[in-house]
Design a protein around this ligand. Structure first.
Ligand SMILES: Cc1cc2nc3c(=O)[nH]c(=O)nc-3n(C[C@H](O)[C@H](O)[C@H](O)COP(=O)(O)OP(=O)(O)OC[C@H]3O[C@@H](n4cnc5c(N)ncnc54)[C@H](O)[C@@H]3O)c2cc1C
Length: 410
């Protein structure tokens, strides 16, 4: 027998039970209220902070879990509790990862703790990349960052949209164009510190689902940030731009840079897949119990193959989705190359599964499933986000098809 196992180790199991307890006892009972209020659930974030579930330490620990399963396990349990509240809790992590991936040690030490605040004064952070004309097509980004050498400051101008925690964040991480001739290779990320003049919240969106999570436009008007707010530093940026200019001249080199960027996405996409697995599992579990308890024609509705087979399919697809997510998460941690876009595969399958499974759950609950008295209606609305953010399903298919074929399929 080799070492291969799909079982969580003792420590992972106890962490999972701990998160599950918070999800079941604190998040689930509050879910309907915050969905209706469409507001950031600050008291719940604060409760999470008090027990250490909303902290840099906790997420760093899960991120560096040597099996790769720490993050997917955490995401699945939190999103099992409630997707909107969970996104309010993990949204800060998106911005933190932006700093961890590109920042210097000093930048990480300075800014990431300010993203979380502390249990008595919790804060959130936002990662701002998408723009009104640059969603799937990141290369169309227009927000400009121009260096003012005399003052050693960067000046940011543009409009970001769809930013989770945008405008209410303590720290914003903003992606901007520093060299328009280099496409996505001419982008750089900046910290906008708390209270910086010129950054304001634009429209706050009223959404179909994950309504407890704040999503808004972020407007940048002559936002001046000190030189040290460029993630990675000026020297590294200048080197990177010089390399990109050289490589842009050779098709092979350009391809290498593109592959590096793609590897980052492949590594982060399974986390979104795990969120989808959490929502799908929540709806499936609810539907299973309902089908065992609800009687029609003198017997529980699950006695009908038409209902039981739906539940069998739901569970099969959820388990398959989780296995794809775990495989891709393990590959990312083990440094395996994503030769078949396995990260995109996991996000595509899990997000489509969540949409399907939550719709089936509504059907199994009948009229009750269609009302806000029961949670599956909310879970169905919530699940629609997974096929949209962090790359739509169409973009995942494009990435998978290009990776498999080696062709620039459009
Ligand atoms: C609730 C929410 C939270 C978000 N949070 C953040 C955040 O924190 N930070 C951030 O930067 N962004 C965030 N986003 C933005 C999100 O990543 C984008 O919405 C997403 O990338 C899609 O971009 P778009 O909305 O502009 O759609 P578009 O790119 O306009 O796509 C519209 C449709 O066209 C399809 N399409 C586009 N191009 C192709 C193609 N080449 N082939 C086939 N089909 C194509 C798409 O699949 C989609 O179905 C968030 C979005 C939402 C809704």
């Amino acid at each position: 027998m080799g070492d291969f196992t799909l079982e969580l180790n003792d420590e992972q199991q106890s962490v999972r039970e701990w998160i599950h307890g918070f999800a079941a006892d604190v998040m689930r009972p509050a879910a309907a209220e915050w969905d209706e209020r469409e507001e950031t659930p600050w008291p719940i974030i604060q409760e999470a902070a008090k027990i250490g579930l909303y902290s840099l330490d906790f997420y760093a620990q899960q991120f560096f879990d040597p099996t790769g399963l720490g993050i997917p396990m955490t995401m699945e349990e939190l999103f099992w509790g409630d997707a909107g509240i969970a996104l309010s809790i993990v949204g800060t992590g998106l911005a933190a990862v932006g700093v961890l991936a590109n920042g210097t040690e000093e930048q990480i030490g300075t800014w990431v703790p300010q993203m979380y605040g502390d249990a008595d004064d919790v804060k959130v952070a936002a990662f701002c990349s998408s723009e009104p004309d640059a969603g799937s097509d990141v290369g169309s980004m227009r927000t400009r960052a121009v260096y003012d050498q005399a003052k050693d400051e960067w000046v940011l101008n543009g409009t970001k949209t769809w930013a989770t925690n945008g405008g209410i964040a303590n720290v914003h991480v903003v992606v901007a164009v520093v060299d328009p001739d280099l496409g996505t290779r001419g982008h750089a990320s900046f910290i906008v510190p708390p209270g910086t003049a010129g950054l304001s919240q634009g429209q706050k969106f009223k959404k179909h689902g994950i309504r407890a999570s704040h999503t808004a436009e972020v407007v940048l008007e002559d936002v001046r940030v000190p030189g040290h707010c460029l993630l990675g530093g000026k020297e590294k940026l200048d080197e990177r731009l010089a390399r990109a200019r050289e490589r842009a001249k050779s098709a092979e080199g350009g391809e290498r840079v593109k592959n590096a960027a793609m590897a980052t996405f492949e590594a982060s996409r399974p986390a979104v897949g795990a969120m989808a697995v959490g929502t799908a599992r929540a709806a499936y579990e609810y539907a299973l119990e309902y089908a065992k308890g609800r009687e029609q024609f003198g017997r529980p509705i699950i006695d009908n193959q038409g209902v039981a087979f739906q539940l069998a399919d739901m569970r099969t697809q959820i388990d398959a989705a989780r296995l794809l997510v775990w495989r891709a998460s393990w590959m990312a941690t083990a440094g395996r190359p994503f030769t078949s876009a396995e990260g995109s595969m996991s996000k595509l399958f899990a997000s489509e599964t969540a949409k399907k499974v939550t719709a089936q759950a509504i059907q199994i609950l009948g009229g009750n499933g269609y009302t806000r008295e029961y949670p599956v209606e909310r879970m169905h609305r919530d699940s629609a986000i997974y096929t949209i953010f962090e790359g739509t399903s169409e973009i995942q298919r494009l990435v998978i098809a290009r990776t498999l074929s080696g062709l620039p399929i459009r």
